[in-house]
Design a protein around this ligand. Structure first.
Ligand code: 6MM
Length: 372
């Protein structure tokens, strides 16, 4: 029996919810869960240096197969020694498979049993991605955790469409397992789909659990459905997944959704949200969102969040950061990006502490009272 590349250690279950305290061990280190993973789609978490990500406590970050395949090409990254070497990041890296990007970014041509034909969103060039091709790219990129190639169907698609889609996604997942060259050093996760249909989520989870992946993602969410619909799907999906393996909810990154996902047994999260909204001057604070570019902050010499201990909040004011953003000074979006990522990573630290002391529901109530 070979040692899997990634193992999960369940440390403690919360007494009152489905939340778990755990640790995930990868070839590039062991990290506490529940965790938030900053997104570095093109091998860079936008505007952040690796040292800054480390000092704020980031352990695993994301990169994207579709984007890196197009630019600079997986062969160049492999020649550079793989993603860790290429981007000077010695902790955890997870790559999404491109499935979602093909469906959300590229001009769709058509989906066949073999794979997906589509147009390159940059230059219109005809492209084809199959499970085998996606896995080969992820093997070349060298991430510690890789996603299966899947179809992320629209949440509100019909039962019949989504049933056919999850059955194909399960066949793709099995093909990906067979094509995977480095299971000892790179863990391939299965991605559970099924839209909002309980029976289809059960079928997708059953199929993928029978393939014994080292970890499982919950896909097909954070695609426009309401928070209540997402939470409802999580209520009946996370219990279908093995307790002794990591559960990763894809594309979720608002404070309330993180807390509610943890309560429903999710261990890992990622989203472009914190860095994306930071670039247009929107900051996450303990009192809700603060749009620091607003004129009312022109002479506000307080930090972004008076309860935050991050580099931006310890050294700069709303007035200064607003000035930088208004004058297109790059340092401005570096400070808002730093703060938003720190805010979510610090929120996960507080959540882990609350699980440890069996007071997660109290923490949730206190958080929402202030966050609004
Ligand atoms: C399209 C784009 C760039 O991806 C972000 C972002 O917009 C946006 C739009 O609203 C916010 C919340 C800001 O995040 O939603 C995306 C985040 N939601 C999400 N990411 C996912 C990634 C996924 N990967 C795979 N392989 N399979 C999936 O089923 C899957 C599902 C996902 N759901």
């Amino acid at each position: 029996m070979t040692t899997p590349a990634v193992t999960y250690n369940l440390i403690k279950k919360d007494k009152h919810t489905g939340a778990r305290l755990g640790q995930i061990t990868t070839p590039h280190g062991t990290f506490d869960t529940p965790m938030f993973m900053p997104v570095g789609t093109q091998a860079s978490v936008k505007a952040m240096a690796p040292e800054e990500l480390k000092e704020m406590g980031a352990g695993v970050i994301l990169a994207n197969t579709y984007h890196l395949w197009l630019r600079p090409g997986e062969d160049l990254v492999e020649e550079a020694g793989g993603l860790h070497q290429f981007m000077n990041w010695d902790q955890g890296i997870l790559t999404d498979s491109g499935g979602f990007q093909v469906f959300s970014l590229a001009e769709l041509r058509n989906i066949t049993e073999e794979g997906v034909h589509f147009k390159n969103h940059l230059n219109g060039q005809k492209l084809f991605l199959s499970p085998e091709k996606a896995i080969a790219i992820e093997n070349a990129l060298g991430a510690d955790i890789m996603m299966s190639f899947d179809e992320c169907p629209p949440f509100f698609e019909s039962y019949d469409y989504i049933k056919k889609s999850i059955e194909r996604t399960s066949r793709w997942a099995e093909r990906g397992l067979r094509a995977h060259k480095n299971p000892q050093t790179q863990a391939l996760f299965g991605i559970v789909q099924g839209g909002g249909h309980k029976a289809l989520r059960e079928q997708s989870a059953r199929d993928l659990v029978s393939l014994d992946f080292p970890g499982y993602s919950i896909g097909g969410l954070s695609v426009g459905e309401s928070k209540a619909e997402m939470n409802h799907v999580l209520d009946f999906t996370t219990p279908l997944l093995p307790e002794n393996k990591p559960r990763y909810l894809m594309g979720v990154g608002s404070p309330d959704a993180l807390i509610d996902g943890v309560i429903r047994g999710v261990d890992m999260f990622d989203c472009v949200l914190p860095t994306r909204i930071a670039r247009n001057g929107t900051c996450m604070t303990s009192k809700g969102r603060l749009v620091v570019k607003n004129a009312k902050y022109a002479r506000d010499f307080r930090p972004l969040d008076e309860k935050c201990n991050c580099y931006a909040c310890r050294n700069y004011t709303r007035a200064y950061i607003r000035h930088l953003l208004k004058t297109d000074e790059i340092f401005g979006l570096r400070l808002t990006s730093y703060h938003n990522l720190y805010f979510l990573l610090d929120l996960m630290r507080k959540i882990r502490a609350a699980i440890k002391e069996d007071r997660l529901l109290d923490f949730r109530a206190e958080f929402f009272e202030e966050y609004g």
